[in-house]
Design a protein around this ligand. Structure first.
Ligand SMILES: Nc1nc2c(ncn2[C@@H]2O[C@H](COP(=O)(O)OP(=O)(O)OP(=O)(O)O)[C@@H](O)[C@H]2O)c(=O)[nH]1
Ligand SMILES: [Mg+2]
Length: 286
């Protein structure tokens, strides 16, 4: 299978702007996709964040396996990285405001001692493309001020937004990193929609999808594509050809791959998490 290569071009500029603005914010919301919390975490950001208070926000929790998400959150908290999981398309995001105030409690108390009250908290929101940065900020602002869209690269430049009297929020363009050390990361990011579709071969990603679901959620695959038990032991290439026929695309497996990827993103194959929680946290189970 081909390795997805990503040359970040304009993302280098976006990264530079993050470095410039980090000094003037109180806290960073680092957004990752709950379906792949580690693979969607930009390794370049760790160095930039350093001692800046941050919260790891696992977005799209409605699409991820809920037990695994809970374990991921506990894992990060056990690593002293404050973390929460959210679905930004519904319900209240009060939980984020509360978490921000909790993480900054000492700083706010110190300011209060000095007589500084009601200082707006400056929050920067960062993460890979399409992870839901603008959606989450719109929720916090309670207005649709930031443009959102279900494709990577919607936000083109940084934008400050006011959220009530308490917070100032900075929306930023999604940033990927120049090279994925592990080609699986590219496949996971492509499957979940962080990479422009012109940059990967759809059949490669559909084959990855089949590999994952055959191993971790065969029942869902069987049910959705009306497969028999023996179909599941076919090679993934033969399975792709079979599904292509079953969904009426004859031998157009590129079109079938596109359909399968979109259905998977929409949750038609059920909730799934592509990244496994490190073994050490298994003890948290049950
Ligand atoms: N199911 C689900 N969809 C979400 C969630 N958050 C965001 N989305 C969807 O994800 C897509 C991308 O959202 P955006 O807010 O534009 O993402 P972004 O991170 O700002 O993307 P860029 O500006 O391209 O970097 C949109 O279709 C949102 O509706 C969530 O918690 N659950
Ligand atoms: Mg955006």
């Amino acid at each position: 299978m081909a390795t997805i290569q990503w040359f970040p071009g304009h993302m280098a500029k976006a990264l530079r702007q993050v470095k410039e603005n980090i000094k003037q914010v109180d806290i960073v919301l680092e957004l990752v996709d709950a379906r792949l919390p580690e693979s969607s975490r930009n390794p370049q950001l760790a160095q930039i964040l350093q001692n800046k208070p941050s919260i790891l926000v696992l977005t799209k929790k409605d699409l991820a396996d809920s037990q695994t998400t809970a374990r991921w959150v506990r894992y990060y908290e056990s690593q002293k990285q404050p973390a929460i999981a959210v679905n930004s398309t519904t319900g209240s995001l009060k939980i984020i405001e509360e978490k921000i105030k909790q993480v900054l409690a000492d700083k706010i108390a110190l300011q209060a001692e000095k007589g500084i009250l009601h200082k707006r908290i400056k929050v920067m929101c960062i993460g890979i493309p399409n992870v839901g940065k603008s959606t989450l900020l719109n929720h916090l602002v309670k207005k649709n001020v930031a443009q959102v869209g279900n494709r990577p690269g919607v936000t083109k430049s940084q934008q400050w937004l006011k959220a009530g009297k308490d917070m100032l929020l900075l929306d930023t363009p999604g940033i990927l990193w120049p090279k994925f050390e592990d080609p699986m990361i590219g496949k996971k990011l492509a499957l979940t929609g962080a990479i422009k579709e012109t940059l990967y071969a759809k059949d490669d990603i559909a084959l990855y999808l089949l590999e994952h679901f055959c191993q971790f959620a065969p029942a869902k695959l069987k049910e959705h594509y009306k497969l028999s038990e023996s179909d599941l032991s076919l090679s993934t290439v033969d399975l792709l050809l079979l599904i292509t026929k079953k969904i009426g695309f004859k031998d157009d497996y590129d079109k079938a791959s596109e359909r399968m990827i979109l259905e998977c993103r929409k949750g038609k194959l059920g909730r799934y998490t592509l990244d496994a929680v490190p073994e050490s946290t298994q003890r948290y189970d049950g």
